[in-house]
Design a protein around this ligand. Sequence first.
Ligand SMILES: Nc1ncnc2c1ncn2[C@@H]1O[C@H](COP(=O)(O)OP(=O)(O)O)[C@@H](O)[C@H]1O
Ligand SMILES: [Mg+2]
Length: 266
Amino acid sequence: MADTRRPAAAGISFDGVSMSYAGVRAFEPVTLDVKAGSFVSIVGTSGCGKTTLLRIAAGLIRPTEGSVDLSGARSGMCFQDPRLLPWRNAMDNVTLPLELAGVSADECQDRGIEILRMVGMGDAWNRMPAQLSGGMRMRVGLARALVERPPALLLDEPCSALDEITRETINELLADLWKELGMTVVLVTHSLAEAVYLGRQVVVMTGRPGRVVSVHGIHLPNRQPEVRTTVEFAQALQSIYHDMTLPRPPGGIAPSSLEKHAGSER
Ligand SMILES: Nc1ncnc2c1ncn2[C@@H]1O[C@H](COP(=O)(O)OP(=O)(O)O)[C@@H](O)[C@H]1O
Ligand SMILES: [Mg+2]
């Protein structure tokens, strides 16, 4: 039987989370609630701590201060480079997490083909990674991250190595997967347009040391590609850009920029 389970999405709570390397804080303590089933984008200058924050959320590293609660659930992850195993075809890359969990070969195949179809790779299941374009490799990476139907998906700049058109098609895919599977998504991206188009909330971080300066609720008339030309879209971009380029306040966070509003429409 193919796996059509849709597990409850998991919220992610960061409570005073910070990370120090060799005694130097990489970013100020972050307290942030990502609601179950929401799509949250994180933007920020290079080095402000986005990747570290995601790795802490995934349980890959322990914070030196604070804690993260993912309601006991495991998340799926996908990075800029999906790091497929070159000697395994698309299907065998996708089913690897299931194999490691002891799932039978038949069930691996059923669940593998189901998620490969969902990412538009149903016809290319037997291609090797070297035979796939960058966009196709990302589709396979997403399928692998989602094959166990995690309640949360953590994405670290998944589109930054892709050309503009491919990036847009992957953006549409991410929007469709989120609607269809219902998991919580946290997307780290360099692209403010991508953050606004996909995120229902955008968290803005700045450096150095990194800190969260604001959280913007994103309310757009619709989520079709053309919405990128609307006034609402431009205004959201502008207000995020403004916060990213704020001069550092001497004593801490600019109060007017915190927690603008929180939207949760899907
Ligand atoms: N393993 C590490 N050892 C030492 N410093 C690190 C390590 N990983 C990240 N850092 C430092 O922590 C800060 C945040 O890094 P990172 O989370 O990669 O930021 P971002 O993803 O926003 O670019 C940077 O100053 C970086 O140099
Ligand atoms: Mg990073």
